[in-house]
Design a protein around this ligand. Structure first.
Ligand code: IPE
Ligand code: IPE
Ligand code: MG
Length: 242
């Protein structure tokens, strides 16, 4: 679809959901669903970044996902590890800066090293792919608060200077607000995803499971987004009688 005449969102966030059900309904294992989901992230993000969209955040593993079986958790960890080299290649090819959001605890030294390498090598690019892994919205806000308290204690920050812009700088990354938040698979909840950044996002909940959420489906989301009236608490009085 041609996006050139559309007012596209600056920051799109996707909760990648439904990989397991996609696989179960096909008589496949949940792991196969996760593999298919990863393949789709690559295809879809290349499409999204080929449009005039500057930030994409993808929720791939939550702090709560550790509640899943050991087998599923380690499959998801290994899937990410196995993809890190490809993520780096993908970022160079598409000139995308990759950043990771989430707690470092519970991630192996090897994963952390690979993440750091990707972040360093792709720093120079303008479009940002924010990969949320071992991420939780509550955890992010708590971690930011701890950093702020430490800064105040050290005398580097005056508590009276703490406003929304300053707070944003203490999050995992200083990102702009999310404009369009998509959750696939029909679930209609945030599941602890970017609570701070999603405060005024437009939400879109397609029924499609993530592995089937293709370019056409994304176009539909964008068209729906362009119809939304974003008021941010204000009123357009020209559209009223007073
Ligand atoms: C993938 O979808 C997202 C992850 C948490 C890895 P799910 O694994 O949640 O799939 P469903 O919701 O069980 O179908
Ligand atoms: C949210 O999906 C987490 C990710 C997509 C990474 P879940 O499938 O874990 O969420 P719930 O359990 O349905 O709320
Ligand atoms: Mg799910």
């Amino acid at each position: 679809m041609d996006y050139s005449k559309l007012k596209v969102p600056n920051h799109v966030a996707i909760i990648v959901d439904g990989n397991g059900r996609w696989a179960t309904e096909r008589g496949m294992t949940r792991s196969e669903g996760h593999k298919e989901g990863f393949l789709n992230i690559k295809k879809l993000s290349a499409y999204i970044f080929s449009k005039n969209i500057k930030y994409l955040s993808a929720y791939l593993f939550s702090t709560e996902n550790f509640k899943r079986s050991k087998q599923e958790v380690s499959f998801l960890m290994n899937l990410l590890v196995g993809q890190l080299k490809e993520i780096l290649e993908f970022c160079h090819e598409n000139k995308i800066k990759a950043i990771f959001s989430g707690r470092k605890e519970n991630l192996s030294a090897m994963v952390l090293k690979a993440m750091e390498k990707i972040e360093n090598e792709t720093k120079k690019y303008n479009k940002t792919f924010n990969i949320c892994f071992n991420y939780g919205g509550h955890a992010e806000i708590i971690d930011a608060t701890k950093k702020i308290v430490e800064e105040v204690k050290q005398g580097h920050l005056d508590i009276n200077d703490l406003d929304e812009n300053t707070f944003n700088k203490y999050l995992y990354h200083d990102l702009p607000p999310v404009d369009l938040m998509i959750r696939t698979s029909g679930e209609q909840r945030l599941s602890n995803f970017m609570l701070w950044q999603n405060s005024y996002a437009e939400f879109y909940f397609p029924k499609t499971y993530f592995p089937d959420f293709n370019e056409k489906e994304f176009d539909k989301a964008i068209l729906e987004y362009t119809k939304r009236d974003r008021r941010f608490g204000g009123i357009d009085y020209e559209k009223t009688n007073n």
